[in-house]
Ligand binder design. Structure first.
Ligand code: ADP
Ligand code: NA
Length: 353
């Protein structure tokens, strides 16, 4: 069987925010005790929507690294590195550019959102981004990918790529004797696979954190005008102010989940509270049902400060020593390469290079 392995990443494009933390990074921490884990700062992805200032890009890479460590990722146990330092990502992405079909990528909603009306002017990299993401995961033959809800479609594409590659090269994989028995036999797949069909790990009460000023928009790094966004670098005062200013409706909180329907702002704040407190949303409603936001918001602010302010403090401490962060990234890149290189050697043999 495929060895269980976790892979995930965040782009170094500006500040990490509460959505990245609750939807992704905080959920990685317990996983690193369950299976070998690789956490990447995906800087090759950070140039797809336009090249950032080169100095800002390397500073953002260090900041995301600091956020991982401050959130509880242990660099002695898990691998932390940046994507551009392991060449196998780009090499495998090229192979996958020739596996994925134009029609598959044309269906990606994130490209449509990010490219907007002016598709002709989007970079080819932005269009092909999901192939690079598939390469990030499959260069390690990772089996589990913990991400937010917005990445679901890209992970389905990763599985489609793995499935097509396994099928197209089934005979070759058998001939070379490097296949793994298919753990879930099905008529769509050969008996032996080289690439695993990766499982998305999208779970918990905050897989899609919405903006605090508009409950219908995702909290996102890419909207610089959204000052309501809670950043991982915010201090206690800033966190507290942003929670208290969050848009809400005038009704008290409902006692049951049904009562959150058509109340996106209330639903979002309850989900955030639940994730920060390690509770289910039902339990939050059992506690706060019938209470007005004037009671719930201070409680939410308190737990947000309690969970997030220490991370900001630890990030500041880590960022004061950039040489140490660079050392973590270098060590991580060596350990990542040691896994990806033999996979690429096999992939090259399969293809015939
Ligand atoms: P962003 O979408 O903020 O630019 P990335 O694309 O680098 O950030 O995403 C990094 C991780 O954070 C991914 O796993 C993504 O699914 C998750 N994520 C991003 N925004 C949110 C959100 N608002 N709620 C939950 N998870 C999110
Ligand atoms: Na995203």
């Amino acid at each position: 069987a495929f060895e269980p392995r976790v892979f995930s990443g965040v782009q170094p494009t500006g500040n990490l925010h509460l959505g990245n933390y609750l939807g992704a990074v905080s959920r990685w921490v317990p996983l690193q005790d369950e299976m070998p884990s690789i956490f990447c700062v995906v800087d090759l992805h950070a140039i797809t929507a336009g090249f950032p200032d080169p100095k800002e890009l390397s500073a953002a890479t260090r900041e995301v690294t600091a956020a991982y460590i401050a959130s509880g990722i242990d660099p002695a146990k898990s691998i932390i590195f940046n994507q551009s330092q392991v060449k196998e990502h780009a090499e495998l992405a090229w192979i996958f550019n020739c596996v994925a079909r134009m029609g598959w990528l044309n269906r990606m909603t994130q490209f449509k959102d990010k490219a907007g009306k002016n598709r002709e002017n989007a970079s080819v990299g932005l269009f092909a981004y999901p192939n690079l993401m598939a390469a990030d995961i499959l260069a390690y033959r990772a089996t589990h990918v913990p991400v937010g809800d917005d990445q679901k479609q890209h992970l389905e594409l990763t599985r489609d790529i793995a499935q097509k590659f396994n099928n197209d090269f089934a005979e070759r994989i058998r001939e070379l004797g490097i296949g793994v028995p298919n753990p879930t036999p099905s008529p769509e797949l050969p008996d032996e696979l080289y690439l695993p069909l990766t499982e998305p790990v999208i779970a918990g009460p905050a897989t899609r954190v919405m903006s605090l000023r508009d409950g219908t928009k995702k909290m996102s790094k890419s909207d610089p005008s959204d000052l309501s966004r809670i950043n991982l670098t915010d201090d206690a005062d800033a966190i507290s102010k942003k929670v208290k200013k969050a848009k809400t409706d005038p009704e008290p909180l409902p006692g049951e989940m049904d009562g959150l329907k058509d109340r996106p702002e209330a639903d979002n704040l309850v989900g955030i509270y639940a994730a920060l407190a390690g509770m289910a949303k039902e339990a939050v409603l059992a506690e706060y049902g019938g209470q007005p936001f004037s009671v719930f918001k201070p409680a939410l602010a308190e737990i947000a400060v309690m969970r997030l302010a220490p991370i900001a403090g630890e990030m500041r401490r880590l960022m004061a020593d950039p040489a140490e962060i660079d050392r973590v990234l270098k060590d991580g890149a060596e350990r990542a390469s040691a896994i990806a290189q033999p996979v690429l050697r096999d992939m090259r043999r399969i293809v015939g290079f």
